[in-house]
Write a protein that binds this ligand. Structure first.
Ligand code: UD1
Ligand code: UDP
Length: 436
């Protein structure tokens, strides 16, 4: 018997960020099944990415389409359950925080199929976001957590997840970005388009909290109307176009000379556009990551982010949806070259572009050790020991765990949490431990 993987995708960013993982699965000749939930279905939101990324067609398309959260998730769950029951994979991989992740993680875990959550551990701590609920629920259901940074790993540890199940791999968006920008430079024709020019501000937005809210959307549009020194290229998500129209804001944008409102573009075109932009303004999750990867300063139209690493690195500024804050930030960036250059030079916190390789290494490692299983615990009534301990001796996490038959859950150094890497010395640190 050999490893069999089911990969679930449903929206544009999942296709993009799972493509390098699918490539790596195929490179290693691992048996795999691809399920598309069909949440994104327009050519430019789905098929275009299969073409750009040379992905095989999905083996199953659940065809869920658009709908309310409950309706969409329920239909996905039903469809995914049928496929998983028939295919019986060893692991199900989901990515990010969409409804596909919620549906896939719940269904697979109830069938006792291990779930691998790619891009686990992100937290905005904003429970009004549907994505935050999806992330948290998926993380309750998962068996393997592929987290982009140590910060996201620590978020999981604070939720009680075992560090042994957490793999700090970087983000697969870097794998996708690095590989495909090179291809884009050779093949993309976007530079010949009339909207391509100097001083480009690339803009995207689609978050429910921005585009479903008339006041917020109006503020952002008002700010855009003032940014006349820039050439705004705005590949608009269908949700955004529908709401701009509904709130009577679409015509205003279409008539503005400095704004190019276009349909969503393919990934290769988008990467080239982004890489040639003066800066990017967005409420997208993936674009915050791509911006810091491609050294493009990012202005985020949100009040919080589950990607705080980009802000700490200095490459991202949160402006929310207030008109003056947006325009003042753009003006400051245009006039203050020190600030602009500092943002450009922000270090990418998301790894070197080998996340997919690390993800496959971890899965195959567990599978080959026969540990890719959901086991019924034998000694359910065993007393649980847990507590805090200050360690004086020079002993590594691995040595301590072996000696004491305990697991180190979180390490604190002068009050700051750090991930309990096996080789980490525990000398003069405080640990949170338990025996499970
Ligand atoms: C979804 C994800 C979001 C992710 C985004 C990526 C959830 C809860 N949300 O949001 O986390 O950031 O995808 O883009 O899973 N529509 C079309 N054509 C399409 C797809 C959508 O016209 O191919 C329109 C429909 O009117 C639909 C609306 O866009 O009602 C919203 O689509 P939906 O899939 O519900 O959520 P997204 O906003 O795309
Ligand atoms: N993207 C694209 N074409 C576009 C807009 C975005 O290819 O017109 C890509 C972008 O490079 C990124 C991903 O779509 O990889 C982000 O998707 P989105 O913003 O829809 O979702 P989020 O990342 O917020 O979940």
């Amino acid at each position: 018997m050999s490893l069999k993987v089911v990969v679930i995708i449903g929206t544009r960013p999942e296709i993009i960020k799972m493509a390098p993982v699918i490539d790596e699965i195929e490179k290693r000749n691992v048996d795999n099944i691809l399920i598309h939930t069909g949440q994104h279905y327009d050519h430019e939101m789905s098929d275009q990415f299969f073409l750009d990324l040379e992905l095989k067609k999905p083996d199953y398309n659940i065809g869920v389409g658009s709908g309310s959260h409950g309706e969409q998730t329920a239909t996905m769950m039903k469809g995914i359950e049928e496929v998983l029951t028939a295919e019986k994979p060893d692991i199900v991989l989901v990515q990010g925080d969409t409804n596909a992740v919620l549906a896939g993680a719940i269904v697979a875990s109830k069938l006792h199929i291990p779930v691998g959550h790619v891009e686990a551990g992100l937290r905005s701590y904003d429970k009004s976001m549907p994505e935050e609920i999806n992330r948290e629920v998926a993380d309750v259901c998962s068996k393997m957590y592929f987290v982009p940074t140590e910060e996201s790993a620590i978020n999981l540890l604070f939720d009680g997840i075992s560090p042994k199940d957490v793999f700090i791999t970087g983000n697969t968006v870097v794998d996708a970005c690095i590989r495909n920008l090179e291809i884009a430079k050779k093949t993309s024709k976007i530079e010949s388009k009339s909207y391509f020019g100097e001083n480009i501000l690339t803009l995207t937005m689609h978050r429910a909290e921005n585009v479903d809210n008339k006041e917020r959307l109006q503020n952002i549009v008002d700010a855009l109307m003032e940014l006349k020194d820039l050439s705004v290229v705005f590949p608009a998500h269908p949700r955004t176009v529908k709401n701009l129209e509904k709130f009577g804001l679409l015509e205003k944008l279409q008539k503005a000379d400095h704004i190019n409102l276009i349909k969503p573009i393919g990934y290769l075109d988008f990467l080239l556009l982004l890489s040639k932009s003066k800066f990017v303004m967005t409420d997208s999750g993936g674009i915050q990551e791509e911006a810091v990867t491609l050294d493009v300063p990012c202005i985020t139209l949100r009040y919080n982010t589950e990607r705080p690493e980009t802000v700490k690195a200095g490459g991202n500024i949160l402006v929310g949806s207030q008109k003056d804050k947006i325009t003042d930030t753009v003006k400051e960036l245009l006039s203050n070259s020190n600030l602009y250059n500092r943002m450009k030079k922000a270090e990418n916190p998301y790894g070197e572009g080998n996340s997919s390789k690390q993800i496959l290494d971890a899965i195959l490692g567990l599978y080959n050790e026969d540990k890719l299983k959901i086991n019924v615990p034998e000694d359910i009534m065993k007393d649980k020991i847990r507590g805090l301990l200050r360690i004086k001796e020079n002993i590594s996490v691995r040595e301590f765990e072996k000696k004491e038959d305990l697991m180190v859950k979180i390490v604190f150094e002068e009050g700051d949490p750090i991930f309990p890497y096996d080789d980490l010395s525990l000398k003069d640190k405080i640990i949170l431990f338990d025996n499970l």
